[in-house]
Design a protein around this ligand. Structure first.
Ligand SMILES: N[C@@H](CCC(=O)N[C@@H](CS)C(=O)NCC(=O)O)C(=O)O
Length: 366
């Protein structure tokens, strides 16, 4: 690829932050293009079927949508400094972390952004300017307000409901402490270099938790090692010599509790979504996408239980992790099973997800 790639997205956006950090780490030249209203609603919608960001446009005129696909495609073209660990347990765990970072953290990020009005000035300025770059400020503010109200409209479905705020706050306090303790010991999740899991996790941390003023001050600043990891992810350097994955396919002990929590909470969410998808299948016209959201799904979160709308797309991310397992040789699979057993995750392999194909933000059973 000789001419440059163009990344259409906003630094405010969860999945744009993920891809930005990735492209920077890989030192892949790209144009960082704030997406305008016209591009979002016309060009992107026409090319991908959804008004969504980020989208990566290649010099050949291909519009690649979905952060995971963007990374897959770039890995194939730019194989240096691969972000997929080379050993089975780390590779599997890193893929799972990507799914968890992408999907589980959405309500947390939307809660910290939209529950605290002090964050709005930054959103209004950046979104307004991006949406209608040539327009006067008062029109930009209106456009930003329109998008903000659309996004606020999603809050109840992702589970940001007043009666659940406290639960999310205490969950985050504990989880951010665990992450801070991990990054005190390790530069990245799996050692000295970032993997797909780091890029999944940074989605919520780059634009939302780490840059919106309220969470940056109240949640991230008090945790300096987590702050430093976010900054390393945002301004990556490819170092020579000290940038190895942890030796012998080890997972740092500081991640053990986190993985146990993932299997106690995220796995029941996946199981719950899958039950709804399986129940919906008989009524679905073959080749048709499942609805973006189904009914509420309930799962443990910290000391309580959390409810949100079940998104079939989340299963497509889990399917990617299962595919990582199935692409591993028998000896590697046995190592993954041993590790899963040690963190309460054996049932993950029992997820019986019908084969799904992605189309924009939706999935189609095959
Ligand atoms: N899974 C997709 C998600 C993309 C996504 O949800 N993007 C958000 C912004 S961070 C968006 O454009 N949402 C619009 C919508 O949900 O309608 C990815 O990894 O790229």
């Amino acid at each position: 690829m000789h001419q440059k790639l163009t990344l259409y997205g906003w630094h405010l956006s969860y999945f744009t932050g993920k891809v930005l950090c990735y492209l920077r780490y890989k030192q892949i030249p790209f144009v960082d293009q704030p997406v305008s209203l016209l591009t979002l609603m016309r060009r992107i919608k026409r090319k991908t079927g959804a008004a969504v960001m980020p989208v990566l446009c290649t010099p050949e005129g291909e519009w690649i949508q979905d952060s995971s696909i963007i990374m897959d495609r770039m890995e194939a073209v730019y194989p240096h400094h691969p972000v997929e660990p080379s050993t089975p347990v780390q590779r599997f765990a890193s893929s799972l972390m990507e799914a968890w970072g992408d999907e589980w953290w959405i309500p947390m990020a939307m809660h910290t952004r939209w529950t605290y009005p002090e964050n709005y000035a930054l959103f209004e300025k950046e979104a307004g300017h991006a949406l209608l770059p040539q327009f006067p400020a008062f029109v930009q503010r209106r456009a930003a307000a329109y998008v903000a109200s659309t996004l606020r409209g999603y809050l109840p479905s992702v589970g940001v409901r007043p009666e659940q705020h406290e639960l999310m706050d205490s969950w985050m306090a504990q989880m951010l402490d665990l992450l801070d303790a991990h990054f005190e010991q390790q530069p990245y999740l799996f050692g000295g270099r970032p993997g797909v899991g780091d890029f999944g996790l940074v989605g919520s941390m780059y634009g939302h938790l780490g840059r919106d003023p309220w969470p940056a001050r109240m949640l991230i600043a008090p945790r300096p090692h987590l702050r430093a990891w976010i900054d390393r992810m945002a301004h990556p350097v490819q170092t020579k010599g000290h940038d190895e994955w942890l030796a012998d396919d080890r997972i740092a002990p500081t991640l053990e509790t986190i993985f146990c929590i993932i299997f106690k909470e995220f796995l029941p969410m996946l199981e719950g979504i899958n039950r709804q998808v399986l129940a919906a299948l008989p009524g679905l016209t073959p080749g048709k996408a499942l609805p973006r959201g189904l009914d509420d799904v309930e799962m443990p979160m910290g000391e309580g239980r959390f409810r949100r709308v079940a998104m079939p797309y989340t299963l497509w991310m889990a399917q990617r992790t299962l595919d990582v397992y199935h692409a591993t040789n028998a000896q590697g699979q046995a190592q993954v099973r041993d590790w899963l057993g040690s963190v309460g995750g054996s049932d993950f392999l029992e997820l019986n997800i019908p084969r799904l194909r992605r189309s924009g933000l939706r999935v189609i059973p095959e």
